[in-house]
Design a protein around this ligand. Sequence first.
Ligand SMILES: *Cc1c(COP(=O)(O)O)cnc(C)c1O
Length: 365
Amino acid sequence: MTDPILLTPGPLTTRIETRRAMLRDWGSRDPAFIALTAELRARLLAVAQGGATHACVPLQGSGTFIVEATLATLLRPGDKLLVLANGAYGERIAAITRRMGRAVEVLRWPEDRPVEPGRVAAALAADPGLTHVALVHCETTTGLLNPLAEVAAVVAAAGRRLLLDAMSSFGAIGIDLRSLPVTAVMASSNKCLEGVPGIGFALIERTVLAAAEGVSPSVSLDLHAQWRGLEKDGQWRFTPPVQVVAALVEALRLLEAEGGPPARLARYAENCRTLLAGMRRLGFSLYLEDALQAPIIATFRMPEARPLRFAEFYDALAARGFLIYPGKLTQAETFRIGCIGAIGRRDMERLLAAVEAVLGEMATA
Ligand SMILES: *Cc1c(COP(=O)(O)O)cnc(C)c1O
């Protein structure tokens, strides 16, 4: 049996070279693994041109762990975070901050509307107590792309610090830290970088990170301490997921060989165009306006004329080798199909043929 194609926001379909890189036992204190960690950190910084200004701090765990760790490390008692929320991941940032006992304010938009820089500027002007702003670059809840450059400019003009959840965009949608004023970029191994799950990482302005000693109320999520450890002897403080590191380094080499983020974005954009055109032909409509859709993951409405039960639709596609993703919306009956991972236009065309066959089957059932 061949492996299914994962049309999800991650974990997703990876290349065989990436999975093969895991077929080895690495000693976590051995020079070979120390060199691998150094290559990992340098390559992650290079993806966002952050080498001159930022430090890369990897952390064991999923993406949420690095979000929590970054907030814990950078938000001091007395600081106040403004979260810009138009989906579940913005709300998660607010929930984490609240649980940590740090002050947080949430500015909300509907799930199908982008963050508006003008409202952000007004909120920052109205409350001088706000010190940091959190933005989700691509809201994976819907697949909406928020206006990063415009929001970053507004936050910088107001003299505040921007924390960016770039979990589902990093590696594909360009983030250039030489020109973009962002204090911290957070992402993980298993989305557009096409690695396997198990590592989150933050690229943090070095001056800010250096001043964050003892801020984190957590030992294992303290990114200042994690960074100091890595700088001291190149080693992780606690057991690193060695195979995940090896896979991510291989995935980063493959990203470079592909042509970097611009080439990856072009491939994902072609996947997305193929998917959207085909799904529309089959009677599905896109949840978002086209202009707001990032080529990462697309949310489709269930057809009103012929509402499908998601579980049946999922099982029928899974039986044909394609794993899709449930919707995450509070308001509408939807499902999602990812455009990212080691997949191309031909895979999307095969998926569309499978969707068409399933629809035919369900119509005659
Ligand atoms: C995937 C994702 C996360 C982290 O989710 P995990 O399940 O913890 O990996 C955070 N923010 C966004 C925007 C994401 O897409």
